[in-house]
Design a protein around this ligand. Sequence first.
Ligand code: CS2
Length: 493
Amino acid sequence: MSRLSLRTVAGLPEGVVRPGIDPARVSVGILHLGLGAFHRAHQAVYTDDILASDPRWGICGVSLKTPRATLPLAEQDGLYAVLTKGSDGTVARVIGSLRETLFAGADRAGLIQRFADPRIAIVTATVTEKGYCHDPATGALNRDHPDIVHDLANPDAPESAVGILTAGLAARRAANAGPLTFVCCDNLPHNGRMVEGLVHAFAGERDPALREWIGNNVAFPCAMVDRIVPATTDSDIAEGERLLGVHDAAPVVAEAFGQWVIEKRFAAARPAWEDAGAQFVADVAPFETMKLRLLNGSHSTLAYLGFLMRHDFVWQAASDPLLVALIERQMAEDIAPTLVRPPGTDLPVYCAQLMLRFENSALPHRTRQIAMDGSQKLPQRLLGTVRDRIDAGAPFKHLALAIAGWIRYASGVDEQGGWFDVADPLAATFEQIVLEAGGDPVLIAEGFLDLKSVFGADLVAHYAFRDAVRKNVVALFRDGARTTLARHLGIDR
Ligand code: CS2
């Protein structure tokens, strides 16, 4: 079977949506760090939508850790399909915005020089929460992180995203290539402001004059990004082949829904992403907090408790009446009261729509995929909400159960007694806690609740918070998730 490429794209079947402009006419104006599925189904699609009217904004996509994405994409001239999946079937669309690929491991110097191209006015990033090497509880640069230690010692051969960004900005300054905007597209609170703090801290260690230049020339808008994009499977690749009639080794699958809300804070030119449905606003915070707490907070709750209840996929967990009841009550009782309603949003409608999105069985999203890196995700998904509830003197009992679900999960043993790998930067610490606890759930709970980098000094020292979470952890170990949840909801089984 032939391969998807600029040569074969013209012959694709009728039903496949093709790039709106010949990709060969597009030049590169965006440098993107982290060429994972999410970027390809989100920012790259918004960009593809506007290229016909402004072909300056092609993307140079960079993989930082592995060439897994860059290799097949390079063989396909950067083309790949987005398979949008809903109850009415799958729609295939070929995206042409990715015009160049680069693997940092193969050409670090080339990557750093790419920042010095004056035609590049935007750098975007999706490197996941842990990719910023920050302390999750405070958002400050983790100077003990091995990649940061390495990069501060070797600023011209950086490994970390922050190190690469800083080295790239130094090259841009040296080349006098003009101001730049960095748009963080990861699920972190105040993401632009946070990365700005990290880059300033890192650059300040390296060269105060560079830090000052960054302060004057680089804008870091905050952004809320949303689209459910599970990892691509072999059966997705096979479905892509059936629809395209050619082989695409790098398709991505996604739901139909998408949202991108970006702070109006740009240092130089930008694509008119609003023409593709993005919203530019003065203050992203209400959108971002709503999304992180309601969508991602519920996602993580479904992932931890759902996994313990033997649900492999989110749609199964979101169809389990006990979990549905918990999520609905958690959203309405514990989370919604902490939110400022974003302009133009009806919160009950947003919550109802979320439940439908979670239930989408056409899009199998593994609970274990969402469960990973909990130590990096919990603070913005569940713990900020707990803090607001505590400050308001209000209960947070559903959140306490969800957090206990994380601890029960992160202990690395399922309810059948089987061990599994917990994917998390703190996995070794978790193992140590579990080992030292000698099987005592109280000690396991206490060990986790002492983790300042997750819970922050305030929650670690908060008696009522610890007590609520510990009780739930003990119940989860003793009675299992299903019984604990039924009792929590006041349902007799
Ligand atoms: C998910 C997110 O993997 C996860 O942790 O919660 O990737 C989620 O699907 C997206 O944020 C949706 O926009």
